[in-house]
Write a protein that binds this ligand. Structure first.
Ligand SMILES: Nc1ncnc2c1ncn2[C@@H]1O[C@H](COP(=O)(O)OP(=O)(O)OP(=O)(O)O)[C@@H](O)[C@H]1O
Ligand SMILES: [Mg+2]
Length: 199
């Protein structure tokens, strides 16, 4: 069986980790061989980018996006491409569309972001889990809107808008993620089943 590369994208708290695991379980149950992976990775470069995200060290928005790309190159060459070649279904929690959406919102030039990602292979199937910022903030913090969370909500709203733009440009399937995890999983499973039946 031919390998496949499937990517899930969405804003923080959209349910990427939850849905990646549910999708992997669903495919494994149907007898497929799955590799579940994510970006940033556990490599040294991935660790550097996560530490920058957590504020453990400071760098510029552009340097940050280059780190994500370096991690991506390593990830593709060492994990994704070998697994796809061995006939696995690779499910990747975040990929280059995260660089495009988050990078743009951190004020990095969009053409340049596209350019530095141009050489990476496109997924065979890309899915955007779309949720309003309010939902993701509630899921992550357990709190309703308050002043302290307002800037997070504003930023995530911008990232969400950019993701919807990126989804049109790169033909990602958009799934409404503002529902019970089992319902979202059914929708994603349906899209993936249809895709696998055709490809
Ligand atoms: N459909 C859902 N409905 C309600 N809660 C959910 C749903 N999906 C996930 N959650 C909960 O929301 C939180 C965030 O989910 P998850 O970790 O899957 O999101 P994520 O997109 O991977 O977030 P992060 O950006 O932090 O990696 C978790 O506590 C999870 O249990
Ligand atoms: Mg996650």
């Amino acid at each position: 069986m031919k390998g496949k590369f499937i990517v899930l994208e969405g804003i923080d708290g959209s349910g990427l980790s939850t849905q990646s695991v549910m999708l992997a379980n669903r495919l494994r149950t149907s007898g497929r061989s799955v590799v579940l992976t994510k970006e940033p990775t556990t490599s040294i470069v991935g660790g550097l980018s996560k530490a920058a995200l957590n504020g453990e060290w400071m760098t510029s928005p552009r340097a940050m996006q280059l780190l994500f790309c370096a991690d991506r190159a390593h990830h593709l060459e060492n994990t994704i491409e070998p697994a796809v070649s061995r006939g696995k279904i690779v499910i990747c929690d975040r990929y280059l569309f995260s660089t495009l959406a988050y990078g743009y919102v951190s004020k990095v030039n969009y053409k340049w972001l596209r350019y530095i990602n141009l050489n990476f292979r496109m997924p065979d199937l890309g899915i955007l889990i779309d949720v309003p910022a309010k939902t993701s903030i509630y899921r992550l913090s357990g709190e309703e809107d308050n002043l302290q969370l307002f800037s997070d909500r504003e930023r995530l709203t911008k990232v969400r808008q950019m993701y919807l733009h990126v989804a049109r440009e790169f033909h990602l399937k958009v799934v409404d993620g503002d529902a019970d995890a089992a319902i979202v999983s059914e929708k994603i499973g349906g899209i993936v089943d249809k895709f696998l039946a055709k490809n």
